[in-house]
Design a protein around this ligand. Structure first.
Ligand code: PEP
Ligand code: MG
Length: 875
């Protein structure tokens, strides 16, 4: 039997998400639950995949199957597609497995043409409504299917209103709308070069194709990359009989959440508009009313809705985000899904659902997106500065957090400015899916139009970006890149601050302070710690970072990059002296100056970690990174070294390397200058002995990590210096200190020979930054320049420096871990590349049996939660 590509809602179920997409599966589930869902069918995600296999064509079989289901829908609804007596009109919506704002959303009223609209007007006895529906359809179809910009149609509406001397769309009568429909069609023809399709089947196939095509538009591709959504999932298409919220004052449409998506408060939360269709609620053109007022307008529909909300929430055991339409007082459900929420709301909802007996702790841990925790750990305004500051206006607190940045007016500018290091606040009339990348790069988003469920609000909340929306007081002048608010003109590049928790807007730069964490955060983290087996350490080079990480629950330091301690002006002088030395004796003199500084750094780190393990990585970067580039600094160095400027310049140029990332760095420095290794060992051991003395109960066991090893003899050579120096120090102090010597696995050859290397190394830490660089063979500093083309051409879906390439680099990591264990069954295995804080990589590390992941302090909670989820998912 050939594959089935189309399912009636009544044939599907909530479990068929992969095939039917989230929207389709939930429409099927609501149908099965006996809820009032306008009936329809779903074209599967496999049909989308087939569309791409067939060279972006809907093949004849799939087209025939879609039409067969139109016939079935005709049977169910008693209406006929394209019929003049009783026409069936449908909506067409996309719906992938994960909700994706970058994709085509909706086409409504499909099936109308010049003839059908006449009979529709008669049948409904409401010509105004019929022509309004028709002109909306032409506009939506032209925009989303044929990509003729909305603005051309909006201009025609404005011209019509001006000619009639009215200001609102609702003041246009049936005749006006009829004329408008014709001028829309003419506009279509002038832009596309052919007539607007009047055949409903052609309209339908065009719309389905547009949904499939939108799966691969740049916004969707960007969103997928940000959210780790595979490109081969494809999207489903939902085709559903229309119900009309724009049939008059007893009709309407709305969106609602079963709990507050900003705070998590257990209370129905939403908005509606009477005599409106689809996009009107979120478009922000008319201001919607809060959901509780629906009771006064349409009590029966409201009561039905409240009952359905409760039923849906307890069925899905999660907060629901729903869309509904009321047609002549009768309620219809158009969509339900687990609602997007702020990080704070996510924690509250998870804890409340456990307290309400709905979820277990494990389920609560699994329901939170680890990446979202980022938002909780990010800055708020300094309270003193905030008290003094006067808001210039206030609007909707759409997504919490504090943002301060320079004003930009376009998403492109936001991206560009942010890439050159500026903090920006994006100010828009309203945002649209095209803006997604710019929104991502912004500190905050301020919009003139739109409610709590507007695009800006929903997307910003999902991203954890501060957003204040719907500030109608702003007078926008996009052309001149400025706006007026409270009597003042704000120009591009001037500072503005937003409080996404109160909705306040400040016309100045306000300082921000770090976030404090709520009780719910602690509860969830406590549960996460209960279920995870993978340990979480941090990458920290300073006591401040180490303390922060400890507060966030780090169980040790997985990577201290010692070179970061050398950039202090006092220290850099000693380092330069060392580099410019002619003899070992001179070098040792210079290193002796560094020794006490390194030792005190390490003491502070051990103190901060209170006896938890601390891995200290020895000097890694090439020495040219430390030499001066400015003429005056070169002169100064010459003076202190008793050398000529020419001598110093000669030394500097001798350090030049064509490919420094693959040059004289890492353990290669220790091979040529063992005295550096000896100094660092002395500092590590002396610091440990001192701290151990001060805190006898702490288990201070320093871990010395040698970077960039590719050959066991290299490690053995360096280790000899380490052990000789360390043992001498320990003996001299009559201490019983233990220490470990291990290595980073960051060169493919080290991974390939890990069984050998484990003979010398007591632990491995996977340096997946270098391992990725060297496995792919592209520079970690330069890859950004060309990766964009790789995403566009679908060669890579995500940045391999952010999300571990499990297929290639991961294979090396897994193999090296296994080889290491063969030689040394109790070997400690960690990861300290940037990937250590990426949830998908954390899961991978769990699966291959690493001991710990190590990541930057702010990502420690993310890694703890991701590790718990990995343990729960992979039991
Ligand atoms: C690595 O290469 O993954 C690593 C952690 O070291 P660095 O980033 O300092 O090269
Ligand atoms: Mg490295």
């Amino acid at each position: 039997m050939s594959k089935k590509y189309v399912y009636l809602f009544s044939e599907g179920s909530g479990k068929m998400r992969e095939l039917l997409g989230g929207k389709g599966a939930n429409l099927a589930e609501m149908t099965n639950l006996g809820m009032p869902v306008p009936q329809g069918f779903t074209v599967t995600t496999e049909a989308c995949t087939q569309y791409y296999i067939d060279g972006e064509k809907i093949n004849g079989d799939i087209q025939a199957e879609i039409m067969e289901y139109i016939t079935k829908l005709e049977g169910i609804s008693g209406k006929k597609f394209g019929d003049l007596e009783n026409p069936l009109l449908v909506s067409v919506r996309s719906g992938s497995r994960a909700s994706m704002p970058g994709m085509m959303d909706t086409i409504l009223n499909l099936g109308l043409n010049d003839q059908v609209v006449e009979s529709f007007a008669k049948k409904t006895n409401n010509p105004r409504f019929a022509y309004d529906s028709y002109r909306r359809f032409i506009q939506m179809y032209s925009d989303v299917v044929m990509e003729v910009g909305k603005k051309f149609f909006e201009k025609l509406i404005d011209e019509m209103k001006e000619a009639k001397g009215v200001t609102l769309d609702t003041e246009l009568d049936a005749d006006d709308l009829k004329k408008l429909a014709q001028s829309f069609k003419a506009e279509y023809k002038s832009k596309i070069g052919s007539d607007f399709p009047s055949d409903p089947k052609e309209q339908l196939m065009g719309a389905v194709k547009a949904v499939f095509r939108s799966w691969d538009n740049p916004r969707a591709v960007y969103y997928r990359r940000m959210n780790d959504i595979p490109g081969d999932w494809g999207t489903a298409v939902n085709i559903q009989a229309m119900v009309f919220g724009n049939m008059g004052d007893t009709s309407g449409t709305g969106v609602a959440f079963t709990r507050n998506p900003s705070t998590g408060e257990k209370k129905l939360y939403g908005e509606f508009l009477m005599n409106a269709q689809g996009e009107d609620v979120v478009a922000g053109v008319r201001t919607p009313q809060p959901i509780h007022l629906l009771k006064d307008i349409s009590e029966e529909a409201y009561n039905d809705f409240v009952a359905i909300c409760a039923k849906l929430e307890s069925h899905y055991r999660d907060m629901q985000d729903m869309e509904f339409t009321i047609e002549n007082k009768k309620l219809y459900m158009l969509q339900t899904r687990n609602g997007k929420r702020t990080a704070a709301a996510a924690l509250k909802i998870a804890c409340d659902l456990v307290d309400e007996g709905v979820l277990s702790e494990k389920e609560a841990v699994l329901m939170i997106d680890p990446k979202q925790l980022d938002a909780l750990l990010h800055p708020q305004f300094d309270t003193v500065a905030l008290k003094k500051a006067k808001p210039v206006a206030s609007a909707l607190a759409a997504s919490p957090g504090a943002a301060c940045g320079k004003i930009v007016f376009t998403a492109e500018d936001a991206t560009e400015w942010a890439k050159r290091g500026e903090k920006v606040v994006l100010v828009r009339l309203e945002t649209s899916p095209e803006d997604i990348e710019g929104m991502h790069y912004s500190q905050g988003i301020l919009t003139v139009r739109g409610g709590m469920t507007s695009h800006a609000a929903v997307v910003a909340r999902g991203m954890g970006t501060c957003c204040v929306s719907g500030c109608g007081e702003i007078k926008m002048d996009e052309e001149n890149k400025q706006f007026t608010l409270g009597g003042r003109i704000y120009k591009e590049g001037e500072f503005v601050s937003l409080d996404g928790s109160t909705g306040n807007i400040y016309g100045e730069a306000l300082p921000t302070v770090e976030a404090t964490i709520s009780g719910e955060f602690g509860r969830i983290m406590g549960w996460a710690d209960k279920y995870r087996t993978l340990q979480v350490r941090t990458n920290a080079d300073t006591p401040t970072d180490a303390k922060k990480a400890r507060q966030f629950g780090a169980e040790g330091i997985g990577l201290c990059r010692t070179e970061h301690m050398f950039f202090d002006p006092e220290r850099i002088a000693a380092i330069r002296e060392m580099i410019c030395s002619d003899t070992v004796a001179q070098r040792e003199t210079a290193l002796a100056k560094l020794l006490p500084m390194q030792q005190s750094d390490f003491e502070e780190l051990y103190e901060a970690m209170e006896g938890s393990p601390v891995t200290i990585r020895f000097l890694d970067p090439p020495l040219h990174e430390f030499v001066p580039t400015e003429e005056k600094d070169i002169e100064l160095l010459a003076k202190t070294q008793g050398k000529t400027v020419a001598d110093i310049k000669a030394i500097i140029s001798s350090l030049h390397e064509f490919n420094p990332m693959m040059g004289h760095r890492g353990c290669r420095l220790s091979v040529t200058y063992p005295e550096i290794t000896a100094m660092q060992t002395r500092a590590v051991i002396r610091a440990a002995i001192n701290v151990k003395k001060a805190h006898p109960s702490w288990n201070v066991v320093p871990e010395i990590m040698i970077p960039l090893v590719g050959e066991i003899k290299e490690l053995a050579f360096v280790k000899k210096t380490v052990t000789a120096t360390a043992d001498a120090e320990i003996a001299a102090a009559s201490s019983d200190l233990h220490y470990k010597v291990g290595t980073m696995i960051e060169i493919p050859r080290a991974a390939l020979t890990a069984d050998e290397i484990a003979k010398e190394a007591e632990f491995f830490s996977f340096g997946t930054n270098d391992l990725t660089q060297m496995t792919f063979g592209f520079s970690r500093d330069d890859a950004g320049k060309f990766l964009g083309s790789y995403y566009e051409n679908k060669i890579y879906e995500s940045d391999p420096f952010a999300r571990l390439d499990q297929v290639g680099v991961g294979k090396l990591v897994k193999m090296a871990a296994e080889l290491g264990k063969q030689t040394r069954p109790d070997i400690k295995l960690g990861i300290c590349g940037e990937h250590g804080g990426d949830p998908s990589t954390v899961e991978f590390c769990h699966k291959i049996g690493l001991t710990y992941v190590s990541c930057s302090p702010f990502r420690v909670p993310i890694a703890r939660l991701a590790a718990a989820q990995a343990a729960l998912k992979n039991k």
